[in-house]
Design a protein around this ligand. Sequence first.
Ligand code: HEC
Length: 187
Amino acid sequence: METWAARFLFLISIRNSPGCHISFSSAWARLNREGHIQMTSRAGKLIVGLVGLFVLMQVVIPAKTNPPSDPALSLKAARPAHAAAVAVLERSCRDCHSNGTTWPWYSHVAPVSWLVARDVNEGRGEFNMSEFGTWEAKKQQHKLEEACTQVKEGEMPMWIYVVQHPDAKLQPGDVELICSLSAPAQP
Ligand code: HEC
C-alpha cells in the first residue's frame, strides 16, 4: 500500500514539476528551428511515449512475498541424512522453490518484475522446499522424483535464471545427489 502511494506521488510530482515542462518545450522549439520538424518530432514522440509507458508500467507492482514458514517443516529438516543433496537444491532452486526468495533489484522493475514474480509463484506452487514437511509421504516422494527428472532432463534450474545466477548451474555429481533424495533407502 505504501509503495503504491509513493509511486503515485512520484508520478504526480513529475507531472507538476515546472523544470520538466520548460526543458521539454525548449527542446521542441530548438528542434523546430533546426528544421527537422517531421522526422525528429516523430522520433521524439516515440521516445517520450516509450518512456511514459515504462514509467506507467511501474505502477503495477506484483506481490513479492516471502511467507514465514516453520524451519521444522522444511526439506532440510525432513531429510537430515541428505544434507549435501539439500544444499544443492538450496543453492540452485531456492529462489523459485522456497519461501526464502532473494529478490534481485531487477525484480522490482516492470516488466521484468512481472515475469520474475510469475516464475516464483508457479515454482512455489509446484514444489516448495519450505513446506515439504506439510505433505504426506507419498507426495514428498513424488515431488522428489519430479525434481530428479527435471534436473536429469536439464529443464531445471530454468536457463534464464542461470544466466543471471551462474552459481546456480549444476556441477558434475549434482544430478546424482538430487536423484539420491528419491532413491529407495539403502539397507
Ligand atoms: C527461475 C525460477 C526457477 C528455478 C531457479 C528453478 N525452478 Fe523449478 N520451476 C519453476 C517454474 C516456473 C516451474 C513451473 C513451470 C514449469 O514446470 O516449467 C517449475 C517447476 C518445477 C517442478 C515441477 C515440474 C513438473 O511439471 O513436474 C520441479 C520438480 C522443479 N521445478 C524443480 C526444480 C529444481 C530441482 C530446481 C533446481 C535445480 C529448480 N526447479 C529451479 C521455476 C524455477
